[in-house]
Design a protein around this ligand. Structure first.
Ligand SMILES: [Zn+2]
Length: 463
């Protein structure tokens, strides 16, 4: 593994960052947008030049999908498994071959830094994830990382050099499919969790395995950078399959993502009392699973009442046995809503109903709101870069789920490129995007990055 070079080390210097870069705040965006000199419908000159190699992207998407647990037609590459290690090793080899400065942080996230003309500027990031859910498809995540790789390869071949350095990031445990919570590394980078907490993330199979121990097992606990303060970026762009049907309905291959719906994840546990399933009187029971069943039906009602959605994602109940009253039941669930007020109302409603159910059945309750993300918008100036990159091949869209970009957007200008997904399917082996659409997505990603580089150049020249 190549060591951190001086150029990367300079990038991670907070002192350098503070001396040379003032983050563009959200308030500043409207000022920028209002200045005619920045408002343009055209792509940056370098963006107009860029081409990408759709064959290479397509081949790599399918080639890397063989690092998967048996998953006919799809992908099952859970975080920090041996399959994940194989995909990570491949990624490392590809970026080293491009001459990138390569680094792994303590939560296993891989960074590949490509030099720019001015190394005092924090790099423009492209990032997504190589991990998948169980029963996943080949596109959710890998398209973002391998699409970014395709952009870097094409830029190198075509002699396209940016003023800012670029960094390609493979974020760890985006899916939260094996370890909870999801967005397991970008949440640390955004300062909303810690390396210690991420390492302690328990596997969802209740085996007691932690993300930290599994990352160590596959050799992916590095020494940083872990946070934005250690390694600031100027912006973050991500391609992702749409996971909805708006592009398909509009007949467009790509889209610029304007924002996300609200999402809240809860985990809870009911503790009741052990007893004989056949003989103990029902009226006296403290049955944790019965309580959980009532919570599940209340979740459906709360969603309908608030024009939102809810999903129970995990349940564990015990003790096992044909003759045991269930004295311990754990549930995980999420609530989604496009409206922030309704999102809050859903949370308040379910919290009250869970408490009422606990009281009715004499159950002890522990309940935790693990992640709470209100609906929001990406940064206008980053969206504008993607919009220009998509041109008339795209439409505006919104995402219904969390991405690493929903973490980086709390820090820096962030926007996403959506790629048309067949029937809007995702997290299934049926997930599919056509080759030409993936190619358009990678091209839009590269153009977005070049548009943002040009935007920063223009702003620096006019300050
Ligand atoms: Zn994803």
């Amino acid at each position: 593994m190549r060591l951190l070079t001086n150029s990367f080390a300079r990038q991670v210097s907070v002192k350098t960052f503070r001396a040379t870069y003032t983050p563009v705040g959200r308030n500043a965006i409207s000022v920028v947008a209002g200045r005619k000199s920045y408002a343009t419908v055209a792509n940056a000159p370098l963006a107009e030049k860029l081409k990408v190699n759709g064959d290479r992207l397509w081949n790599d998407l399918h080639y890397t999908a063989h690092w998967s647990a048996p998953s006919p037609g799809g992908l099952t590459r859970l975080c920090a498994t041996d399959y994940d290690k194989q995909a990570r090793d491949w990624f490392r080899d590809q970026v080293l071959a491009l001459g990138a400065d390569y680094k792994v942080n303590a939560t296993g996230t891989q960074f590949a830094l490509i030099k720019g003309e001015d190394m005092s500027i924090p790099p423009i990031a492209m990032g997504s994830h190589l991990d998948s859910v169980a029963t996943g498809g080949k596109f959710d995540g890998p398209l973002g990382v391998i699409g970014g790789l395709e952009v870097l390869r094409s830029m190198k071949e075509q002699g396209i050099k940016t003023r800012a350095p670029l960094v390609l990031i493979n974020w760890t445990n985006e899916e939260g499919a094996r370890f909870f919570p999801l967005l397991g590394s970008s949440i640390v980078y955004a300062g909303q969790s810690t390396v210690k907490a991420a390492h302690a993330s328990l596997s969802n199979d209740h085996s007691g395995i932690t993300m930290g121990s599994e990352l160590a097992r596959i050799g992916y606990v590095g020494d940083g950078p872990n946070t934005f303060e250690e390694f600031p970026i100027s912006a973050h762009f991500e391609i992702h399959c749409e996971q909805a049907s708006d592009l398909e309905k509009a007949g467009k291959p790509v889209g610029w993502v304007e924002g996300w719906q609200g999402m809240t994840w809860y985990s809870m546990e009911f503790k009741g009392e052990d007893g004989h399933a056949n003989t103990y009187p029902m009226a006296k029971r403290k049955d944790a699973l019965l309580g959980a069943a009532k919570v599940i039906t209340e979740l459906e009602k709360v969603a309908f009442e608030n024009k939102g959605d809810s999903t129970v994602t995990n349940i564990l109940s015990g003790p096992w046995g044909a003759c045991n009253i269930q004295s311990n039941t754990k549930l995980s669930f999420c609530l989604m809503n496009k409206d922030g007020v309704a999102q809050e109302a859903m949370g308040q409603a379910i919290e009250k109903r869970v408490k009422d159910i606990a009281a009715l059945h004499g159950l002890e309750l522990e309940m935790k709101r693990d992640i709470h993300l209100l609906p929001g918008d990406f940064w206008p100036e980053a969206i504008d870069c993607v919009k220009r990159a998509c041109g008339d091949k795209g439409i505006g869209s919104r995402t219904g789920t969390g991405h690493d970009s929903t973490m980086t957007t709390t820090l820096v200008p962030t926007a996403m490129v959506f790629v048309r997904a067949k029937d809007g399917l995702s997290h299934t082996a049926k997930e599919w995007s056509d080759k030409d659409d993936c190619t358009e997505g990678a091209l839009a990603l590269g153009k977005s990055v070049l548009n943002f580089d040009e935007l920063m150049r223009t702003k620096a020249a006019t300050v």
